[in-house]
Design a protein around this ligand. Structure first.
Ligand code: DGJ
Length: 577
């Protein structure tokens, strides 16, 4: 099996001063000791990087915190002819980042002869639109298959062997154990990275996806003579040492899981090796995406993309592929518990959360809130272009403005303030609530305060006032699937809040402010313009008496809370009196 040395770290970043909001919405400096990341303008040459501190992650683009509000194209939109239909949806969506394939067959149709004309066209058009790009490297593995490999690879099974089944027949997927395949794939990836390094000094390309949904369906490991020989060897020390396991061969160390873990290690080694080689050329953040193993159903190896970065082998991938900054979930599961379980699997201290693909049906939009509100750095609905293709039933039958609308509404909530939200999430704290599919109220522990979020209220009063009649004529949360909100702490009593179709009420925290009643000192509607929050108007009276009610409007509130002593009712919600 191939050997490789691991990449050893991120580029050192330069810290500049940061900014905070003052009471009129202008930026003012924080103390030096509060300074963590920069929001100040800087030359456009800093290499994008992901930083992690205390289990929290921030993605820095141009040296500034950045949330990736992505649009991912369809699979065959990586040609100049398709770009007008791509830009149309990027614009409609208000995405700041485009994920788009760059395929091996496209750049190296003849071995050793490279064609980067599409890359040049793409980046020129992206620059004109001020959109950042994540190329998706469709190399030897795309949804596990070699469909995007050049013909000279696909047709030469002797040089580029396929995985072999237990009955010794060839399987469809190429073998990740093949040194020849790795070397050829790596050469092409290095050529791509070199071209980007030489032609993209301002980093329109901010990140790379390496391969796409690797693994293998219908097989657990390669049974070729080559793979069998490796399987009998000792498990590499990097794995046993990191996982704190005794040494021994694969079957001895991993017993019943040996076949799957062996394959996971091989793919991690392969993809991590590409990332390492690519980073040696240009040190951009790199990730690979996962076709999921279902988080709650009993799926057996072979029934899912086995050996890919599924939740059960993340530790193996982390140990074997340290050059990959992230292992990312592609989430098309539309039941809330499965979606949330997946987010929880991939949001780890050692793995920033990036939903690298998700469905475009209306139910998926609300997970924007769940992703960013648990410290995520990016969210990417898939198949968003107007080329006339729809990946129903994963997504929609036809991509239209109406389909994009809920996703666009969520992106608009953040818009140019993405850096501020990302900074607050990293330096301070962020919370979220989405209605999921149980519509239950949610309680947020906001330090001195408690937030109660409901999804079935109007803007005025309480539904329960109307008794049963409310069921007949009331708001039906199921009709507004895009319901959720984000809350970020500015300081212990001041919060930034935005959302869609949701109400939040604030209470003095029962334990931490016992005997106090909450009140609003100020509820300011603000807008982010020219790098600062600009005051629009104060909310009061009906607009605050029944909590803060978000509809489908684009509204952001800066909420300042206070409290007063109460003899017997410390649970009262905040009002303005
Ligand atoms: C997940 C893959 O990563 C995408 O490229 C695409 O094939 C979708 N599945 C299905 O539309």
């Amino acid at each position: 099996m191939r050997q490789f040395k691991h990449f050893t770290g991120f580029a050192v970043s330069v810290l500049l001063g940061t900014a905070a909001l003052n009471s009129t919405g202008c930026a003012e400096p924080l103390n030096a000791q509060d300074t963590v990341v920069s929001t100040a303008a800087r030359a456009n040459t800093a290499v994008p990087e992901i930083r992690t501190e205390n289990g929290k992650h921030v993605f820095l683009v141009d040296g500034r915190p950045y949330w990736m509000l992505c649009a991912q194209t369809n699979n065959s939109s990586n040609y100049a002819a398709a770009l007008p239909d791509v830009w149309k949806s990027v614009e409609m969506l208000g995405a700041n980042t485009l994920q788009i394939p760059i395929s091996w067959e496209q750049i190296e149709p003849v071995e050793g002869t490279f064609d980067f004309s599409f890359v040049d066209t793409l980046l020129a058009q992206a620059r004109e639109r001020n959109v950042r790009v994540i190329p998706l490297w469709f190399g030897a593995f795309k949804n596990t298959s070699p469909s995007y490999a050049p013909t000279w690879v696909k047709t030469d099974s002797e040089r580029f062997p396929r995985m072999v089944r237990p009955d010794q027949d060839n399987h469809y997927a190429l073998s990740p154990h093949s040194e020849a395949l790795f070397d050829a794939d790596k050469r092409a990836f290095i050529a791509l990275m070199s071209h980007i390094r030489d032609t993209d000094p301002d980093h329109t390309v901010i990140m790379m996806q390496v391969e796409n949904e690797v693994g293998v369906y219908g097989l657990v490991r390669d049974h070729s003579d080559m793979a069998n020989a490796i399987f009998k060897q000792s498990v590499p020390a990097e794995l046993t040492e990191t996982l704190n396991l005794p040494s021994g061969d694969w079957a001895t160390v991993f017993e019943g899981d040996a076949d799957e873990y062996f394959t996971a290690y091989a793919f991690a080694n392969y993809v991590g090796g590409l990332a390492e080689a690519g980073k040696a050329v240009l040190d951009l953040p790199m990730y690979t995406n996962a076709a999921l193993r279902h988080p709650t159903q009993d799926q057996k190896p072979g029934q899912y993309a086995t050996g890919g970065p599924t939740y059960n082998v993340l530790d193996i991938w982390k140990a074997a592929a340290p050059s990959l900054d992230m292992l990312t979930p592609d989430i098309y599961l539309d039941d809330a518990p499965a979606y949330i379980a997946t987010l929880n699997h991939y949001a780890r201290d050692d793995n920033p959360l990036f939903v690298s693909e998700t469905g475009t049906r209306p139910v998926f939009a609300q997970y924007f809130f769940e992703t960013f509100g648990r410290g995520g750095i990016g969210f990417a609905p898939f198949g968003l272009d107007y080329t006339g293709y729809g990946n129903y039933p994963l997504g929609v039958k036809d991509v239209t403005d109406e389909v994009l609308a809920p996703f666009a509404q969520n992106y608009a909530l953040i818009g140019d303030a993405s850096g501020e939200w990302a900074r607050l999430a990293f330096e301070n704290e962020i919370w979220r609530a989405a209605q999921q599919d149980d519509y239950r109220e949610r309680n947020l522990d906001l330090g001195q305060w408690r937030g109660r979020v409901r999804f079935d209220e109007w803007q005025f009063g309480y539904r329960e006032w109307m008794g049963d009649a409310a069921q007949q004529q009331g708001k039906n949360p199921a009709e507004t699937p895009n319901s959720g909100l984000l809350v970020a702490r500015i300081d212990s009593d001041t919060f930034l809040v935005t959302g869609q179709n949701a109400r939040i009420e604030f209470f003095a925290h029962e334990d931490r402010q016992s005997g106090r009643n909450a009140m609003f000192l100020k509820v300011e509607e603000v807008r982010f313009q020219d790098d600062e929050w600009v005051f629009q108007r104060m909310w009061n009276g009906d607009q605050t008496d029944y909590g803060l009610n978000f509809t489908d409007r684009n509204q952001t509130l800066r909420v300042t809370l206070g409290s007063y002593a109460s003899r017997n009712d410390s649970r009262s919600k905040a009002t303005s009196y």
